[in-house]
Write a protein of this length. Structure first.
Length: 110
C-alpha cells in the first residue's frame, strides 16, 4: 500500500511538472514578444498600421474565401436573406437576439 501511494504522488508531481514546462514554453515567448513590440513601438500612425497588419487572423483567408457562403447558410437557418441578416447585425443585434425574433432555438442556430 505504501509503495502504491509513492507511485501515485510521484506520478502527480511528474504531471504537474510537465504541465508547468509546457506552459512556460508556450506562454513565455508570447510574453517577451509582446513586451519587445511595446518597447520599440512609436505612437505614430504608421506604427499602428504595421502592428495591426502584422497580426492577421489565421482564419482571414478562409473567411475571405467562404464568408458569403457562411453568411448565406446562417441567414437561411434564420429564415432571412443575407442582406437582412447584415442589416440586423449592423444595427447591433446579436445572433441569439435575431434567432429569438425569428423563433429559431439556440440549438437550431448552432
Amino acid at each position: 500500500m505504501e509503495r502504491r501511494t509513492v507511485y501515485i504522488v510521484s506520478g502527480g508531481i511528474v504531471i504537474i511538472l510537465v504541465l508547468l514546462a509546457l506552459g512556460v514554453f508556450l506562454l513565455l515567448p508570447h510574453f517577451f514578444a509582446a513586451n519587445s513590440q511595446a518597447a520599440t513601438a512609436t505612437p505614430t500612425a504608421t506604427a499602428t498600421a504595421t502592428a495591426t497588419t502584422k497580426h492577421k487572423s489565421v482564419f482571414a483567408p478562409y473567411l475571405k474565401q467562404y464568408g458569403m457562403d457562411i453568411k448565406t447558410k446562417i441567414a437561411q437557418g434564420l429564415h432571412l436573406t443575407p442582406d437582412q441578416l447584415t442589416q440586423q447585425l449592423k444595427a447591433g443585434k446579436t445572433l441569439d437576439a435575431i434567432a429569438t425574433t425569428q423563433k429559431v432555438s439556440s440549438t437550431q442556430l448552432q
